[in-house]
Design a protein around this ligand. Structure first.
Ligand SMILES: [Zn+2]
Length: 442
């Protein structure tokens, strides 16, 4: 199917979508009610022109319906005897969402992630070092199942990669494939450096990275790849739909969506209408094959642009263009200007010595527009001299002020001040807003 023409592929995809709408209408009281409330029946959706008017599903709705009908809400379409596995979102606002999976869902999922990994040249001779989280997070288990399908040796590292045991194991086992987060592989390089180990002398040849944006931005990818002499590939996942639902191919020209399992749309957050190819909008996903808890037009709150140009790898699946940026929580509105936290990260990482450093944006002052202060705290190595720190801060300040057009105060802080776990939590909040009420906030 991957090598079909786009026209043929879209016909197959559309059939799946129509079937899924009927399935949800029949089996999910949540979607039946939603369709009735909007005066729609599955048969009314004859083309994308109709589907683009179908209501979105927002995270808050799922949370509320799970509160009303615990544990999984009235959007579950299968009986209890078919429940196979449950995972949860991080619940950053204290409102976790539970996602239940059937055995068939898990099998489908494992198969298509296996397909993505195979396309990267992974074989049964590889050794997986799996830093994705196990437990309620789904990433670790998914990668583990895929490694089993390859018949590979898989190390279930989880959160322990930078502990002494984790590091010792990494050096001794000498894996060939690392599944991790961009900031973690950079910290790993630093930790290896402290032990006088040149990362290039290790067997690591592939890094599959997710959880944070950046890998698909060429300058950041280079900073990850060069020290290890490996190939780094970006991925995307969201617990509500699944981890690794998009992975880059060997061409490294954006994340290919697994469009045989997901209907992908990019929606203008203001008009609620589809964006043009290349335009940045909200990623909206529909499960095409999910059996236990399918979601229709799920509003991920992540910003992304699509490239619909056929990839050199031959895959019919569309790709992302540039980095995927977090939702509204990652946009800073400051003195009338807006910037993404990722913009700061990108600039920081692009300066030699700034790669992988933990940082925090602190907003102060205000009351009146134009009176706000932006402080950028950056963790620095403890053995750095005062002159080195000054030079780094000056370079960073100049670059931020030039590219983001905002005045900034740089504060170098000792390693471990911002994140005592040393970059182990990619979901760490990087904004502290101490501005007085009355400011213009998002
Ligand atoms: Zn490709």
């Amino acid at each position: 199917m991957i090598n079909e023409t786009r026209e043929v592929f879209e016909k197959i995809q559309w059939k799946k979508l129509k079937k899924q709408l009927v399935y949800c209408y029949k089996n999910s009281p949540f979607y039946q009610n939603k369709m009735k409330n909007y005066g729609i029946e599955p048969g009314d959706i004859k083309s994308y022109k109709d589907f683009k008017l179908f209501p979105f599903t927002k995270r808050e709705e799922i949370y509320s319906c799970q509160q009303e009908y615990p544990p999984f809400g009235n959007l579950v379409t299968i009986g209890k005897e078919q429940w196979h596995e449950v995972h949860t979102t991080t619940g950053t606002a204290g409102k976790p969402i539970f996602v239940v999976w059937s055995a068939k869902d898990i099998l489908n999922f494992t198969n298509f992630v296996f397909r993505s990994f195979s396309a990267l040249g992974i074989t049964n001779r590889d050794i997986f070092y799996n830093v994705f989280r196990y437990g309620f997070r789904m990433g670790g288990l998914t990668v583990h199942r895929v490694a089993e399908k390859f018949h590979c040796f898989a190390v279930p590292v989880g959160v322990d990669v930078l502990t002494n045991t984790g590091l010792e194991m990494f050096i001794n086992i000498n894996p060939t494939v690392l599944i991790s987060f961009p900031s973690e592989i950079i910290r790993l390089k630093d930790r290896l450096g402290l032990r006088k180990i040149n990362p290039k002398d290790l067997a690591l040849r592939i890094a599959i990275l997710g959880g944070e944006p950046g890998t698909s931005v060429d300058e950041i990818r280079g900073l990850i790849e060069r020290p290890f002499n490996l190939k780094a590939y970006d991925t995307y996942g969201i617990t509500e739909m699944g981890p690794l639902i998009g992975t880059e191919c060997l061409c490294q020209k954006g994340i290919h969506w697994a469009e045989d399992h997901y209907f992908v749309e990019i929606i203008d957050p203001v008009t609620g209408m589809p964006c043009q190819p290349g335009e940045m909008g909200i990623l909206v996903l529909t499960d095409l094959t999910k059996e236990a808890m399918p979601l229709i037009r799920y509003w991920t709150n992540d910003y992304v642009a699509l490239s619909t140009e056929r990839c050199e790898c031959g895959s019919v699946f569309v790709r992302t263009k540039g980095a995927i940026l977090g939702g509204d929580k990652d946009i800073v509105s400051f003195n009338g200007r807006k910037f993404y936290i990722f913009d700061v990260q990108k600039i920081l990482w692009s300066i030699e010595g700034g790669v992988g450093q933990e940082f925090l944006v602190i907003l102060e002052g205000g009351g009146t527009l134009g009176q706000e202060t932006c402080i950028l705290q950056v963790e620095r190595k403890n053995d750095e001299s005062a002159t080195e720190q000054r030079e780094f801060a000056q370079k960073l300040k100049e670059k931020i002020e030039k590219e983001l057009k905002i005045p900034v105060i740089i504060e170098a802080v000792p390693h471990g001040t911002i994140n005592k776990y040393g970059g182990l939590n990619p979901k760490i909040s990087r904004i502290i807003d101490r501005r007085k009420p009355g400011n213009i906030l998002i």
